[in-house]
Design a protein around this ligand. Structure first.
Ligand code: DX5
Ligand code: ZN
Length: 223
């Protein structure tokens, strides 16, 4: 039985001056809010941090899926939990031994996931599947929204899906970067079930219709 499709809107593509309104508009149509935290070091960009997350927590009941593109995510675990995060995902390129941060996330009551960049092979992730609620396969080089989907990462989604099923795990597979109606079906077919979309939601004339189009296109990908 394939896991149901879940759509995570990435606020990186929203209008930050009207963030509360932008989120409120799409909230009833979404499964998750994807929050990209960057440090200008792990990636060459800075996005947002704790004060914005804290403010958003007051205006939405959506689960916050915090994608940490930072070199030292460990020190952020408790502050993120206090700010209102529900789960964190951490890059294996930043934290090659994820056991301590996973333990800290669990202590803080947060969901935990690991992320791999397009250049990182699936075998880097495989030993840690049992630690994760979710694994995130990047389908662009992280740091910026609006990039083109890299179809070559789909083989990693397939490898993760078959290992998760073979090992009887319940780990979600998320994909992030360049997801839109033209690419979501192939990611679904490869075995992903959580889809991050920024540009394809917030930069569309009708974000609600855009979410519905994404769901339809994902279901077209079956699996
Ligand atoms: C990129 C971020 C993504 C980004 C996706 O570093 O991790 O979450 O917002 O943006 P789109 O959907 O525009 O590719
Ligand atoms: Zn992201």
């Amino acid at each position: 039985m394939p896991k149901p499709v879940r759509i995570a809107a990435s606020i990186l593509a929203a209008d930050f001056a009207r963030l509360g309104e932008e989120v409120a508009r799409v909230e009833p149509h979404l499964d998750l809010l994807h929050i990209d935290v960057m440090d200008g070091h792990f990636v060459p960009n800075i996005s947002l941090g704790l004060p914005v997350i804290r403010s958003l927590r007051k205006v939405t009941g959506l689960d916050f899926d915090c994608h940490l593109m930072v070199t030292n995510p460990g020190y952020m675990v408790y502050p993120l939990q206090e700010a209102g995060a529900d789960s964190i995902t951490v890059h294996l390129e930043a934290v090659p031994n994820p056991h301590p941060i996973e333990a800290r996330a669990r202590q803080a009551g947060l969901g935990f996931g690991l992320v791999i960049n397009p250049a990182t092979p699936y075998r880097t992730l495989d030993p840690f599947l049992e630690l994760c609620d979710l694994v995130l396969v990047m389908s662009v080089v992280p740091g910026f929204g609006g990039q083109s989907f890299m179809a070559e990462v789909l083989s990693k989604v397939e490898a993760a899906r078959s290992a998760i099923d073979r090992r009887g795990l319940k780990v979600d597979i998320e994909i992030d970067g360049g997801i839109g109606p033209a690419t979501i079906g192939s990611a679904r077919a490869a075995g992903a079930n959580v889809f991050v979309a920024g540009t394809a939601i917030f930069r569309q004339p009708d974000p609600i219709q855009a979410i519905s189009n994404l769901r339809k296109a994902a279901e077209g990908g079956s699996n």
